[in-house]
Design a protein around this ligand. Structure first.
Ligand SMILES: C[S@@+](CC[C@H](N)C(=O)[O-])C[C@H]1O[C@@H](n2cnc3c(N)ncnc32)[C@H](O)[C@@H]1O
Length: 269
């Protein structure tokens, strides 16, 4: 992609997130949805192993779910997001631990802007479900190698590119076997290797779609490795099997063996 087309997509994406901020905030509330509470948050916390007093950067903080949560565990937090409406909502929801939390409107694809944050001033960075919304990830990885102290880490959660992308769909088939009829759920994967982008929705009733950027694991991780990170932790969380029976219809709760999210810990040596 040329710089011009990246800027154009980036501006459209920012506009879409600003337009979505109200619906997003209402849906996520103070604690987040099931996807966040059951899958994303525990995996991030497991990999982060936070120590109170540590300074953490939350990239693409949205309405501040992870920023507030980690502050409640004793971290000193900076939450950044390029959508000013998201940051406004994050500020409104921050009623506790205010002395530990700062927010800034900042575009995480802008390496120069990121580097204005103090070098080596973070023990770690986290990012919950953001990289697949970013037109470019290389500037962020490069900047993080300078912003995070040596030995520190960057933990990111994204939609699992193998099983949960614009190229995948869920299927339910009625199977008859040995005089029994049952429903078999599967995920169909139609493509994987080529990086692709598509306009899509994160929520029902989202006023404007935003762009999703599908990157296969080799591109996602090689971008991090080339910047200087190594991979030293990985989680592929799923919903527990008990949930499958409770939920009617087809959704990720039917798949306790197929992860919709991948959460990686990258470290600076
Ligand atoms: C799916 S939401 C996740 C929000 C939050 N991390 C959470 O878990 O609730 C994606 C967020 O990434 C932000 N975002 C997308 N591209 C960004 C960029 N280039 N720089 C900063 N934030 C970005 C959006 O504005 C949005 O708030």
């Amino acid at each position: 992609m040329t710089e011009e087309s990246i800027n154009l997509i980036n501006n459209q994406t920012r506009e879409a997130w600003n337009a979505t901020a109200k619906v997003w905030d209402e849906r996520m509330g103070d604690e987040g949805n099931d996807f966040y509470r059951v899958l994303v948050r525990p995996a991030i916390e497991k990999l982060l192993q936070l120590k109170p007093g540590q300074r953490i950067l939350d990239v693409g903080c949205g309405n501040g779910l992870t920023t507030r949560r980690l502050a409640s565990l004793g971290a000193r937090m900076l939450g950044i997001d390029f959508a000013s409406e998201m940051i406004n909502n994050a500020r409104k929801r921050t009623n506790y631990n205010q002395e530990l939390i700062e927010y800034q409107v900042l575009d995480a694809t802008d390496e120069t802007a990121l580097l204005k944050l103090c070098e080596s001033s973070f023990d770690a960075a986290v990012s919950a479900m953001v990289l697949m919304n970013m037109a470019e990830i290389e500037p962020l990885f490069k900047a993080l190698t300078k912003l995070v102290r040596p030995g520190g880490c960057f933990i990111f959660a994204v939609m699992h590119p193998c099983f949960n992308s614009m190229h995948t769909s869920m299927a339910a088939e009625l199977i008859e076997k040995e005089n029994l009829i049952y429903t078999e759920y599967s995920v169909k994967v139609k493509a994987y290797l080529k990086p692709t982008k598509v306009r899509g929705l994160a929520l029902e009733n989202q006023p404007q779609p935003h762009t999703y950027f599908h990157r296969p694991l080799n591109i996602l991780l090689n971008t991090a490795f080339n910047a200087g990170f190594v991979l030293d932790g990985l989680e592929e969380p799923t919903f527990l099997p008990e949930l499958a029976a409770e939920n009617i219809g087809i959704g990720w709760s039917k798949f306790s063996e197929i992860p919709p999210v991948i959460v990686a810990r990258l470290r600076l040596l």
